[in-house]
Design a protein around this ligand. Structure first.
Ligand code: DMJ
Length: 630
């Protein structure tokens, strides 16, 4: 031994050590062992050594990762919810939570068919996605679906109180009618256009369009949650089977980041949260990864278009500005992508967008619609709560709600923006109609787009958390704007509203030219009816919703599906030959919710993305750091 060779060292035992020295040596040894063991905890989650020595924890791994990185206690160390509700079974199937149980998952995640080499390559490249293992399709992170469902305050599909108490009620018949419309829209799509992005009901064929970069099946993905909540079980299974077998991500076109996010990512995320089916989670994450190159700009503000071909997009080569409503409507979905993948990159991307917007100077507190992703400056001073701006404001208030009311930054930005909108854009017409005009560097266009009619619902939704002295005011404002939007419908021959309506020259809430007189099955007006109904239970909103149902049946229903119309002021309008996917995702869903009990997708548990896909409120983290400000 080395110690024997040390001069002056006198061995005192067969081990060559005196008792105190022996004690010291043992102390040193035990310290060394403790250190080595402790170091295991510092190894990355994927480390083999770690997996060998430390048994995996089963509680809420998804939240743990978010919580660990955010530096606060994981959810399973917190209080259980006050009123946990049992999870509702998926239509036509057993309790989905049993399918997603850790025991089941031990044998591998639910397998879907291979999705092609490009997808595998993308996953392997991975933007720091955990390494893939055979059987898990490249997404090895595990999300505890049971724990998530146990935290919901209401059963997903509600208690169906209305049906049991009033089996023959009018509202039930109205709801059934909307369900029949959904069934008809779906079956028509399935018959003539299954797998295409949208149905063309007059020519009885499908349409791909150029927004989705080669992705197919927008109507399938957009319909999943609507079919689920209407309990159209067979149709839901058809849609799910198509996703499993035919929804391929190995495409190489150029896609709208916004459209792919709100329709595909939003639809897949909702389908997962409603059913626990792994196929939806995995596809959402894989598709989310394909969107990341859009953020490779000097500011991190994404370009509107992402090229799936190259995997990256030359920011300098493609146009000069990004659109507020587009880059400002990613926050909800991207936080959920992080929640379901454990990959912080998604959350980081949208937090950076927030940071840029927070810092930049706003003219009069208003957010213009165009921003340069290169310089980070506004490109022109056009402000609108309709197209180009709309869902940015919506995502602020919904980020606050989705965070479990902890994302103070979103809350403050929302109420500040609303104040500026009220001060500079809000008007009352001579006829007493309240409307939100558009602003061009200080000059007002006295018009409202159909798209801007979502704002009644948004303001109603945000009213509850406003400063006390503003609450009643916002409720009233929401009701007034919704009434104006109803007027735009009521003043047409078809009782459907035009794409844009004006307030000038003595004409109010009507389109002034044919090019603005079309209706393409848009949801915004019924969306506001739904929120106002939930807030007030004023029967007028159900009456107005029913007027829309009758008008859709009369003017938009064709032999092979629903179609938009070219002139709402004609009693014999021409059809535009398009059944928009958002008609199934949004218009019919909001109508169905309008004629349902409030606990069907309760607003305590869910926020709807801008394509009406429900995403769950974070009930897990009272400190708010996982979802809120970092
Ligand atoms: C939908 O895709 C979404 O609602 C989006 O926010 C705006 N446009 C359509 C519906 O009109």
């Amino acid at each position: 031994m080395l110690m024997r060779k040390v001069p002056g060292f006198v061995p005192a035992s067969p081990w060559g050590l005196r008792l105190p020295q022996k004690f010291l040596f043992l102390l040193f040894l035990s310290g060394l062992v403790t250190l080595c063991f402790g170091a295991l905890f510092l190894l990355p989650h994927s480390s083999r050594l770690k997996r060998l020595f430390l048994a995996p924890r089963t509680q809420q791994p998804g939240l743990e990762v978010v919580a660990e990185i955010a530096g606060h206690a994981p959810a399973h160390e917190q209080e259980p919810p006050p009123n946990p509700a049992p999870a509702a079974p998926a239509p036509g199937e057993d309790d989905p939570s049993s399918r997603a149980s850790p025991r089941r998952r031990k044998g591998g995640l639910r397998r879907t068919r291979p999705t092609g080499p490009r997808e595998e390559a993308t996953a392997a490249r991975g933007n720091s996605v955990p390494a893939s293992r055979p059987g898990d399709e490249g997404v090895s992170f595990r999300f505890d679906f049971n724990a998530f469902r146990s935290r919901l305050r209401h059963p997903v599909l509600g208690m169906r109180a209305d049906e049991s108490q009033e089996p023959q009620s009018r509202v039930r018949a109205q709801r059934e009618k909307v369900k029949e419309m959904m069934q008809f829209a779906w079956q028509s799509y399935k018959r003539y256009a299954m797998g295409k992005n949208e149905l063309r009901p007059l020519t009885k064929d499908g349409y791909e369009g150029n927004m989705f970069g080669g992705l197919s099946g927008a109507t399938v993905i957009d319909s999943l949650d609507t079919l689920y909540l209407m309990e159209l079980k067979e149709e839901f299974q058809e849609a799910k089977a198509w996703v499993e077998e035919n929804f391929h991500l190995n495409v190489s076109g150029e896609a709208s980041l916004f459209e792919v996010n709100i329709r595909y990512i939003g639809g897949l995320l909702s389908a997962f949260y409603l059913t626990g089916e792994e196929v939806f989670r995995i596809k959402a994450i894989r598709l989310g990864e394909k969107l990341l190159p859009a953020f490779n700009t000097p500011t991190g503000i994404p370009k509107g278009v992402v090229s799936f071909k190259s995997g990256s997009w030359g920011w300098a080569t493609a146009g000069s500005s990004s659109i507020l409503a587009e880059f400002g409507s990613l926050h909800l979905e991207f936080l959920h992508l992080t929640e379901l993948s454990g990959n912080q990159v998604f959350a980081e991307k949208v937090r950076n967008i927030r940071k840029v917007l927070r810092k930049i100077e706003k003219p009069f507190g208003l957010y213009p619609n165009f921003l340069s992703p290169v310089s980070g400056n506004w490109v022109q001073h056009h402000v609108s709560v309709g197209g180009l701006g709309d869902s940015f404001y919506e995502y602020l208030i919904k980020s606050w709600l989705m965070s479990g009311k902890t994302d103070m930054e979103a809350k403050n930005m929302y109420y500040e923006a609303l104040e500026a909108i009220e001060t500079y854009l809000l008007n009352v017409s001579p006829g007493g109609l309240t409307y939100i005009a558009e602003w061009r560097g200080g000059i007002l266009d006295h018009k409202m787009g159909h798209l801007a009619c979502f704002s009644g619902g948004m303001i109603a939704l945000g009213a509850e958390d406003a400063k006390e002295e503003k609450r009643v005011h916002y409720r009233e404002l929401a009701a007034q704007i919704t009434k104006t939007c109803h007027e735009s419908y009521a003043r047409s021959d078809t009782k459907l509203g035009p794409e844009a309506f004006w307030f000038n020259s003595g004409r109010e809430a009507v389109a002034t030219q044919l090019s603005e007189s079309y209706y393409i099955l848009r949801p915004e007006v019924v969306e506001s009816y739904m929120y106002l109904w939930r807030q007030t239970h004023n029967p007028i909103y159900r009456e107005w919703g029913w007027e829309v149902v009758l008008a859709l049946e009369k003017y938009c229903r064709t032999e092979a599906g629903f179609s938009g119309i070219q002139d709402v002021y004609s009693s014999t309008p021409s059809h535009d030959n398009k059944q928009q996917s958002f008609f199934l995702a949004e218009t019919l869903k909001y109508l169905y919710l309008l004629f349902s009990e409030d606990d069907l997708l309760s607003l305590e548990d869910w926020v709807f993305n801008t394509e009406a896909h429900p995403l769950p409120v974070n009930h897990s983290d009272s400190s708010g750091r996982a979802w809120g400000r970092h």
